[in-house]
Design a protein around this ligand. Structure first.
Ligand code: 6CS
Ligand code: FE
Length: 309
């Protein structure tokens, strides 16, 4: 391994410090629930999540609930009244709206969704702890102009740029439109959550101002991606509005540009264990803003049962 650029060597997930890429093994569990503990998932679902790093769930929400979420998605795009302008992220090559961050903190409906037992209950079970929302966002990926999200591990960014200590977080992507093979669905490399790609390239200052539009640092090199692909292939998560894809914080994922007329909109909710709250970023840069990574309050979510309509 080539020269370390003078960084902490005891960090098992050090990244963006070597000048050649390296694939390390994960040193954290995937499923923190004690073996055999009963929970909101079947044993087979837990086994599949542990093996692949993701799970696809259909039918969690009623049509009325999905319609309510879609109406809120449209309302926020048409008239983001009261939305913090810093959280409105535009596409890299147009003025089209790409994402709205911290949506759980700016929309009562998405706050309620984040606290829903059907989601938070699964997160608490798999993470074996109380949870809080580390990050949330609406991704609009509009038709014709929705650009790609290049391959990346969220955890690599959250560790280096936000100070997330260990792999004890997961994302839930709830589709709010049809996700087809042609409108840029989420793609995941099964099993990649067990490998940690140490990326090359030092993080630029204020990186988020660029990376949330098009990420170019903290992305794996082609050879490392080739290696993960040869091990696990690529799974494309298609489905109707309301489908939930939950994936481990370290799963290698991405999505293609959307040149179809159909938008591919999702809401992403990132659940982190309260034991794994972010600390000083491991990459040595100042912390990213609160709308990207929760730092002010790690108050555990109290799951709410029943329908939200
Ligand atoms: O930098 C981040 O935290 C965001 N970027 C991507 C592409 N996925 C994770 C997260 O939303
Ligand atoms: Fe991501």
């Amino acid at each position: 391994m080539s020269a370390v650029l003078g960084r902490k060597e005891h960090d098992p997930y050090v990244s963006r410090v070597y000048n050649t890429p390296h694939i390390a093994d994960r040193v954290d569990p995937v499923v923190y629930a004690p073996a055999g503990k009963k929970g909101p998932l079947t044993r087979e679902q837990v086994r599949q999540y542990d093996r692949d790093g993701f799970l696809e769930l259909d039918g969690l929400f009623s049509a009325a609930e999905i319609n309510t979420l879609v109406a809120e998605l449209d309302r926020l795009r048409e008239a983001p009244v009261g939305i913090n302008r810093d959280t409105l992220i535009l596409e890299p090559d147009s003025e089209e709206l790409r994402s709205i961050f911290a949506i759980h903190a700016q929309s009562l409906l998405f706050a309620r969704l984040a606290a829903d037992e059907r989601l938070a209950g699964i997160a608490r079970y798999l993470l074996g702890d109380e949870v809080y929302i580390h990050q949330s966002r609406l991704n609009y990926k509009p038709g014709f102009f929705g650009k790609e999200f290049y391959w990346h591990s969220d955890f690599e960014t959250w560790h280096v740029e936000d100070g997330m200590p260990r792999m004890r977080a997961l994302s839930m992507s709830i589709s709010l439109t049809q996700n087809t093979e042609y409108n840029g669905p989420l793609m995941i490399i099964p099993g990649s959550h067990r490998r940690y790609v140490r990326c090359v390239g030092a993080t630029p200052d204020d990186h988020y101002k660029q990376s949330l539009r098009r990420q170019e640092y903290g992305v794996p090199d082609p050879e490392s991606l080739q290696s993960l692909f040869e091990e696990g292939g690529i799974a494309t998560t298609k489905g109707s509005a309301g489908k939930v894809v939950l994936f481990d914080c370290n799963s290698m994922h991405g999505s293609n540009s959307n040149i179809s007329p159909l938008p591919r909109s999702n809401v992403f909710l990132v659940y982190n264990s309260v034991t794994n709250r972010v600390v000083t970023p491991f990459g040595g840069k100042p912390p990213r803003p609160e709308f990207i990574a929760t730092r002010k309050s790690f108050k555990p979510i109290q799951p709410v049962g029943g329908s939200f309509v």
